[in-house]
Design a protein around this ligand. Structure first.
Ligand code: NAD
Length: 555
């Protein structure tokens, strides 16, 4: 993998001209359809990674693109439906012995993986930028997330998975324990926007819980997933416990058709299909779906901090972030002061292709994302919205770049008022009071994440409790809740089902098994002895016992 770093470093040292502030930028638009176009990543760099894909090489290749220029990045051999079945079978065999290792042994793998990711972050930062077009700052968010999640489950998995004593049916006589067993093979389906974070979000707790994992990344971001597979092996994960299949929706559906739990991250539309298929098979699901996340600036907010926080919340990863803010809701008392601070900050963001930290915002990842952003902005303008910043395709930098955009006076009928844009576009709404703010925040089919800015945090918590969202950040845009990995993360309404992170995130990947021991059998204290009593005696004895238990407030 050092080879990838060397290769990318060489590219990064080529002269820059397109970006606004990137010292090490990638230059030149290349027609991806041109058969003579050569791949940006050399075959000897890509070969060891793609060799990890479970494929019989019968399904052809996917040509991934370098979003910064549109050049062909790498050829990714695709898996067939049969390959998926093979991968799950291999994973199932490996899982049988993995389940017999101790949690401490499995946690040690995660903690070694934690160190390797931090040590070798430059490799994956390059890969993440090359596959997604994101800025290095946004790429580092993924490394930071993996550090958080691996440390959390590496340290806490033992406690989460330990047998738990609970009250039995009858005190003293009934001893009940809840034991957690791995479900078997967990399938993970990930989108392209945060391929390291989202490729591993359920995989890491799944592995430490004793499962095997088969991951299907988006074909555009397969190399990042394969890099993670390589590092997990280096961290000591035995073979076949983390396998990668490559392909699109058909391969995702095939995976759902074989595994014991499906952890899906992606759009709500696809999530519904996955849920329906999983429902047929009666397997568990974790569904992390879309959002249309609001940020409310209350009248007493510290406006300069709110403006700064909103910039990061709206434009990190060019807005291609499930918890990204797409709706700014401003108390009318501070609305103009906020916009006077916010809009210049947005206009001042630097865009570019640099493989270093000199750029604020990178590219969109694909033509499809660009098309969606352009369509949403055009539609809003046609409906009477006004541009406060951006609103332009920045083809001068790269084919998929779009300026960070702030829209005012967006009518509720405009697509971007209610549909997820998943791009660098935010709309502004003014409200007269907190009650209206809450109503506007909740006026969405989604409920993933929200943000409230106020200097009165007690009031912030009271408002948060009225917001229909799985996570509410007070005086932060999005990262505090997502980064608090001890706490569950997921969506209300059409934003998902189930939770990742914390106890909930690992318990979802296990089967709780109740084991109950009835004591005193040899002394004639069994239920059979009780029910052998004549007439209504068993009922009377039990009725008396229940009354005493309630008096003692036994649970
Ligand atoms: P998508 O739903 O189009 O694709 C996601 C993944 O599902 C891809 O790997 C795709 O190949 C696969 N897929 C497609 N059809 C499938 C099927 N029928 N069965 C199984 N798998 C199938 O989403 P996308 O455009 O790649 O990602 C963007 C969306 O993801 C946005 O809506 C965003 O909000 C959401 N997202 C949610 C979270 C979260 O944690 N809630 C995080 C990131 C992204």
């Amino acid at each position: 993998m050092g080879a990838v770093t060397r290769n990318l470093s060489r590219m990064a040292s080529e002269p820059a001209d397109g970006g606004q502030g990137g010292s090490a930028a990638i230059d030149g638009l290349i027609d991806p359809e041109d058969p003579s176009a050569t791949y940006v990543l050399e075959p000897d760099v890509v070969a060891p990674l793609v060799a990890r894909i479970v494929t019989s090489h019968t399904a052809g290749d996917h040509r991934s693109l370098l979003p910064f220029t549109g050049a062909p990045l790498a050829a990714i051999p695709l898996s067939s439906v049969e390959d998926v079945a093979d991968a799950v079978e291999r994973a199932r065999r490996a899982q049988r012995s993995w389940a017999h290792t101790t949690v401490a042994e499995r946690a040690a793998v995660l903690l070694r993986f934690h160190d390797l990711v931090l040590e070798r972050q430059s490799e994956v930062l390059d890969l993440l930028q090359m596959e997604t077009g994101k800025s290095r700052r946004s790429a580092f968010e993924e490394v930071a997330d993996i550090a958080q999640v691996t440390r959390h489950y590496g340290v806490r998995a033992g406690a989460y998975l330990a047998d738990r004593r609970v009250g039995g049916m009858l005190p003293v006589l009934t001893r009940a324990t809840v034991h957690r067993r791995p479900v078997g093979v967990v399938g993970a389906i990930a989108p392209w926007n945060y391929p390291l974070t989202l490729g591993l979000a359920e995989a890491l707790p799944a592995l430490v819980a004793g499962n095997a994992v088969v991951l299907k990344p988006d074909p555009q971001t397969s190399l990042t997933a394969l890099w993670a597979a390589e590092l997990l092996e280096e961290a000591g994960l035995p073979g076949d416990l983390f396998l990668v299949v490559a392909g699109g929706g058909d391969i995702g559906a095939a995976l759902t058709g074989h595994v014991d739990h499906i952890a899906f991250t992606g759009s709500t539309a696809t999530g519904r299909k996955v849920a329906a298929q999983a429902g047929e098979r009666l397997i568990g699901t974790t569904l992390e779906l879309g959002g249309k996340n609001p940020l409310y600036v209350a009248a007493d907010a510290h406006v300069p901090s709110a403006a700064q926080g909103a910039v990061r919340a709206c434009f990190s990863n060019s807005g291609q972030l499930c918890v990204s803010i797409e709706r700014l809701i401003l108390h009318e008392d501070i609305a103009e002061e906020f916009l006077d601070a916010f809009v210049p900050l947005v206009r001042g963001l630097t865009l570019g292709t640099a493989l270093d930290y000199s750029v604020d915002m990178g590219s969109l990842t694909s033509q499809a994302q660009l098309d969606r952003v352009v369509a949403h902005v055009d539609d809003a303008l046609a409906e009477g919205a006004r541009v406060l910043a951006g609103g332009v395709h920045r083809a001068d930098i790269g084919p998929f770049f779009y300026a960070p955009t702030v829209l005012d006076h967006v009518p509720p009928t405009a697509d971007c008022a209610h549909e997820e844009t998943f791009g660098p576009v935010v709309s502004v709404t003014r409200v007269p009071d907190d009650a209206t703010a809450i109503r506007v925040m909740n006026d969405s089919e989604y409920g993933l994440s929200a943000s409230i800015w106020t200097q009165d945090t007690a009031r912030g918590r009271r408002l948060a409790a009225q917001v229909e969202a799985g996570a509410v950040n007070i005086n932060d845009g999005y990262a505090s809740a997502f980064g608090s990995v001890s706490a569950p993360m997921g969506g209300f309404k059409s934003s998902g089902q189930g939770r990742r992170h914390g106890r909930e995130g690992i318990e979802a990947l296990t089967e709780p098994q109740t084991i109950v021991v009835q004591r005193g059998v040899s002394r004639g204290l069994s239920f059979d002895t009780l029910y052998a009593q004549p007439g209504d005696r068993p009922s009377r004895l039990l009725t008396a016992a229940f009354s005493v238990m309630k008096k003692l407030r036994l649970p």
